[in-house]
Design a protein around this ligand. Structure first.
Ligand SMILES: Nc1ncnc2c1ncn2[C@@H]1O[C@H](COP(=O)(O)OP(=O)(O)O)[C@@H](O)[C@H]1O
Ligand SMILES: [Mg+2]
Length: 297
């Protein structure tokens, strides 16, 4: 059962704080003068689309995310980077309540989409997940035709009043996902018959089809070859005209290529946030520098 705690006195952070080893920094030979538990950089943005404050996430008695504060702007692409296990996916999943599906996962803090509290117990997560869509690491088309993969969401959300309208949504979504030309003559064939890169673009088309405001992407290219990856990266740039995108990536080159801002996570803390150019050329925190220069992680 996933529960939501808002009382900061009972938030998992307080109980774990003492056990979180500050010594980790010095034992790695890194800058111990600057506490990595205090985010460096500006978390606020103009034109806020999502706003997260004091987000803590635990799996049972193990805390994975500690007191993260972060705003995401409308139409920005924000990249989340950091060593494996630092909490990137966990934090990303908070933003459309995907962690609700994980037994024993507890999220606390404040998470807002526009001005709406997305952890409001009265909120229906189905429309939330249409507004904040998600693309996963491994392309996961439904075992259905290409057409049905894209049409399914609009159908269950009642977005089309006729077959003509549904056809239009399917075509537009496939066009925006850069898959229309490759798919238009085989719409009735299984989505699973496409190549990996095409399947990922199909999953993006499926996400777009329900007109999301935010798209969360968790290492969307890690199962793809360089050409398919380049295609998705181009697409991310095109999509940012219409959508807000948060992308987790283990590739710093990818973060540098696609994002406007970059967030660096370490041991569940948001260590540094800033404009991507600054993060990669002039990181302020020693941990960020060590990571981007490949000394760590
Ligand atoms: N479903 C889960 N159950 C228990 N622990 C988990 C689960 N998912 C992730 N974790 C733990 O939470 C921490 C953060 O994981 P994750 O968010 O997947 O990191 P990242 O995406 O940065 O690699 C890790 O220590 C991981 O082992
Ligand atoms: Mg991950």
């Amino acid at each position: 059962m996933t529960t939501m705690t808002v009382d900061s006195n009972t938030s998992p952070q307080s109980s774990q704080e003492a056990t979180q080893p500050v010594a980790d920094i010095s034992s790695n030979g890194l800058d111990s003068s600057r506490d990595y538990r205090q985010t460096v950089g500006k978390i606020e943005v103009a034109n806020t689309k999502m706003s997260m404050r004091d987000v803590n996430v635990s799996y049972g008695d193990k805390q994975a995310v500690f007191g993260v504060d972060l705003d995401i702007a409308k139409n920005e692409v924000i990249a989340m980077i950091g060593p494996s296990g630092c909490g990137k996916s966990t934090f990303l999943r908070c933003m459309n309540r995907m962690n609700d599906t994980i037994e024993g996962c507890v999220v606390s803090g404040s998470l807002k989409l526009d001005d709406q509290d997305i952890y409001d117990p009265k909120l229906d997560v189905v429309p939330l997940r249409a507004r904040v869509g998600m693309v996963f690491q491994k392309p996961n088309p439904f075992p259905k035709s290409i057409y049905d993969n894209v049409a399914y969401g609009p159908q269950i959300h009642g977005l089309a009043n006729s077959k003509v309208e549904l056809d239009e949504i399917v075509e537009n979504s496939l066009r925006k996902a850069g898959l229309w030309n490759e798919a238009k003559d085989r719409l009735d064939q299984p989505g699973t018959g496409l190549s990996g890169g095409q399947q990922q673009r199909l999953c993006i088309a499926r996400t777009i089809a329900v007109s999301p405001e935010v798209i969360l992407m968790d290492e969307p290219c890690s199962a793809l070859d360089p050409i398919a990856t380049a295609r998705i990266e181009e697409l991310i740039d095109e999509l940012s005209a219409n959508f807000t995108i948060a992308i987790v990536t283990h590739s710093m080159q990818q973060a540098a290529r696609v994002s406007h801002r970059t967030a660096y996570f370490h041991l569940g803390y948001l260590v540094e946030i800033g404009d991507t150019d600054d993060i990669f050329t002039n990181p302020k925190h020693r941990l960020t520098e060590d990571y981007i220069t490949g000394r760590f992680g």
